[in-house]
Design a protein around this ligand. Structure first.
Ligand code: MG
Ligand code: ZN
Length: 440
């Protein structure tokens, strides 16, 4: 593929021009090579462009005239189309999108790295492993959810959670970090231990893990909403640990990090919780960005698998969006709903949790919803927040809009401009080391 050649040539010339004198006065880290030794792929599940825009205004310091840049603004390089194989139309699910990003081949919605004939497709992580690199995943969903599963396994359906968990035994990945205890039976865990895996379930025990291999499952299914654990920064911690474990391999590594729950908040049309998940993912990106600064032989590529919810920043003909309200919401709407259902002083509690006084109209609607149960009041609380902030949604599913691509490190310029999601995978494949020829 010709796109890989030009940057390498240019960098090659750059290296020839740098004289020993330059090298002597250079105090920073050594010059970046043309081809990365390590690759970190980061996916914000459901994180369409309106999420990164909303996050910018959510994080804006209102005391300054300027709107401050986010990590996404800093790292943006291009866009990607996300459509699945034609049999599934133009709007992808997370499984088909992750298959495209993991294998470079489009498939049907629901496919876990199998083609439209249900035949397995080699993944970036498998290829990397076969070349002697270390591999791992760090995610906020269960580790056998669609996105990480497509990088690690093959199945005709994303719904076959137990089969996916079982197939992880054969991946030989070095690091599994995320949720999903309920899919790993004692028998299966015994098999992982027999293969040399350390198994932990308490987040505090992560510190005691100093070398691969590790199977860290920190929740029954997904990790808690980030907004419910304000300073926990769990995805950042998992990412940092994965980097320190995987970088022990001199041959290099490929790591997948996913902000999985951005999508789940999007499906719920829950803007406050979505911004909490965006913050969680953005903190993890900053951890990787720092690693890239200290290890110039590391490439980071970030994208979304699709856009969720049809999030709109402004609604109803009004030229307005009020993120300052979101900054004061102190818990997820799920948690607020649970408290509102059970508490005696529910109106006062809810007002405190939301960070604003409820008006009569809001109280009337919430009172009716509360009598209909937990789900209904959670939805009603989200509607109150949407109305106060002028946030809109067009669907509780996905939309077919293009997503952004962000990158830094060696060969990051390969991802400039428009591309397809399969191109992202094929470019990453092209950056993996070539298999060593046997000596004659
Ligand atoms: Mg996902
Ligand atoms: Zn989704």
């Amino acid at each position: 593929m010709s796109f890989t050649k030009a940057p390498f040539l240019l960098l090659g010339i750059g290296l020839l021009l740098s004289t020993p004198t330059w090298a002597n006065i250079e105090t920073g880290p050594t010059k970046a090579p043309s081809r990365p030794k390590n690759i970190v792929i980061m996916i914000g599940d459901g994180m369409g462009p309106s999420y990164t825009s909303a996050y910018r205004y959510y994080k804006d310091n209102p005391d300054t005239e300027e709107v401050e840049q986010t990590v996404f603004d800093r790292l943006l390089v291009g866009m990607a189309s996300t459509y699945p194989a034609s049999v599934s139309g133009y709007v992808t699910d997370s499984a088909a999108a992750a298959t495209a990003l993991a294998t470079g081949v489009k498939s049907y919605n629901g496919a876990i790295s199998v083609d439209t004939q249900k035949q397995p497709l080699p993944t970036i992580l498998e290829k990397a492993k076969s070349l002697g690199l270390s591999t791992g995943v760090a995610v906020t969903s269960q580790i056998n959810h669609a996105t990480p599963a497509a990088f690690l396994a093959h199945n005709e359906s994303r719904k076959n959670y137990d089969a996916l968990a079982l197939s992880y035994l054969e991946t030989n990945a070095d690091v599994f970090l995320g949720g999903g205890q309920k899919y790993f039976t004692p028998e299966l865990l015994a098999q992982f231990k027999a293969k040399g895996y350390q198994h932990i379930t308490r987040f505090e025990d992560l510190a005691s893990i100093t070398q691969p291999k590790v199977l860290g499952l920190f929740a029954e299914v997904q990790l808690p909403w980030a907004i419910d654990e304000k300073d926990a920064k769990k995805l950042s911690t998992l990412t940092q640990k994965a980097l320190s474990l995987l970088s022990q391999n001199d041959q290099g590594f490929v790591l997948l990090v996913e902000g999985s729950l951005i999508d789940w908040a999007g499906h719920n049309n829950d803007i406050a919780t979505a911004m909490g998940e965006m913050d969680e993912f953005s903190n993890a990106i900053e951890v990787v960005e720092q690693f890239v600064r200290e290890h110039p032989d590391t490439l980071m590529v970030i994208t979304a698998d699709h856009n969720t919810g049809g999030l709109s920043i402004g609604v109803d003909g009004k030229y307005n969006w009020n993120p300052e309200i979101l900054r004061n919401v102190s818990a997820s709407t799920d948690t607020l709903a649970l408290a509102a259902i059970s508490g005696e002083q529910w109106q006062a509690d809810l007002a405190r949790g939301l960070g604003f006084e409820l008006n009569e109209e809001e109280i009337a609607k919430l009172t009716v919803a509360r009598m209909q149960g937990l789900e209904t009041i959670a939805v009603a609380i989200r509607h109150v927040i949407d109305k106060r902030t002028d946030t809109g949604w067009t669907t509780d599913g996905h939309t077919g809009t293009d997503v952004q691509v962000f990158a830094a490190g060696p060969a990051s310029e390969l991802f400039n401009g428009h591309q397809d999601n399969t191109d992202i995978a094929n470019k990453i494949f092209s950056l993996l080391p070539k298999p060593k020829k046997p000596k004659s």
